[in-house]
Design a protein around this ligand. Structure first.
Ligand SMILES: [Zn+2]
Length: 260
């Protein structure tokens, strides 16, 4: 009963092997997957995966590093996808200041706010990508709190443990993946400790960030969620099975369109 709340079966790394990847995940116990869009085409592919496989749901959105190709009409395409019965969230959306050649910060914020507005209109939670932009992210979310009517999740949480409380106060869940399994990732470990079990979620962000002990193999895949949850459970001092059940409940609470 494992849950991968964020992966990219829509990435070209899975071309031709999506069905095999979903079956391998089911065999490993990962029977609930959210395929996350990062632009219009990938959101459409995610929708088609959700239509093909019973345990696959999806989110639709434009990831900040992709928005140089973004056009006004993409907003209409996103809005249409958000009405799909298996679209559980708007995402992934957010801010990314990691590379100097990433899109202009002001443009990232503009698109992000429009996507938050869409989430409010569609009454959906948001899946947020946030890298090297902690101060701006917190400020922007606080300023746009009125748009977060259905809450959200900070996917692959990478900010400090001290900031966990800020995101919890805004009603957010925090999701952790492969980086929590890496030796030396003390920062992530501290954030897991700071996150209460009723706000924690598990993800792979596959095809990237393959968890230990499989690090180095590509693509990462939802079948590796059990090792992620085992590590999170170890940090929290809980049996893995109990945490997996808790994570499933959390996912159902956040993503209201998941079956009860
Ligand atoms: Zn992602």
């Amino acid at each position: 009963m494992f849950t991968d709340i964020h992966c990219h079966l829509n990435d070209k790394a899975f071309d031709g092997i999506v069905e095999q990847t979903v079956r391998e995940a089911e065999k490993a116990g990962t029977d609930l997957i959210v395929d996350s869009g990062f632009d219009s085409d990938s959101s459409l592919r995610a929708a088609s995966h959700a239509e093909s496989f019973c345990g696959v749901y999806f989110s639709a959105g434009w990831q900040p590093q992709e928005i140089s190709r973004w056009k006004d009409k993409d907003m209409d395409a996103l809005a249409a996808l958000c009405r799909h019965e298996k679209c559980v969230a708007v995402g992934e959306i957010g801010l990314d200041y990691h590379y100097p050649d990433n899109p202009e910060k002001s443009f990232q914020k503009e698109v992000f706010i429009r996507e938050l507005e869409l989430a409010k209109e569609c009454r959906l939670p948001v899946v947020i990508h946030s890298r090297d932009c902690a101060e701006d992210m917190i400020r922007l979310l606080k300023e746009n709190r009125d748009k977060l009517v259905c809450g959200g999740v900070m996917h692959c949480y990478s900010h400090s443990a001290e900031m966990v409380k800020d995101f919890l106060d805004l009603g957010f869940y925090l999701s952790f993946g492969g980086t929590a399994t890496y030796t030396g990732s003390k920062k992530v470990m501290k954030s897991v400790i700071a996150t209460p079990v009723d706000r924690i979620l598990s993800e792979t962000d596959s095809p990237y960030l393959t968890p230990e002990p499989h690090k180095g193999s590509f693509p990462n895949a939802p079948k590796y969620i059990p090792v992620v949850v085992e590590r999170l459970a170890q940090i929290k001092g809980l049996p893995a099975e109990a945490l997996a059940r808790r994570i499933r409940e959390n996912a159902k609470t956040l993503f209201a369109k998941l079956p009860r």
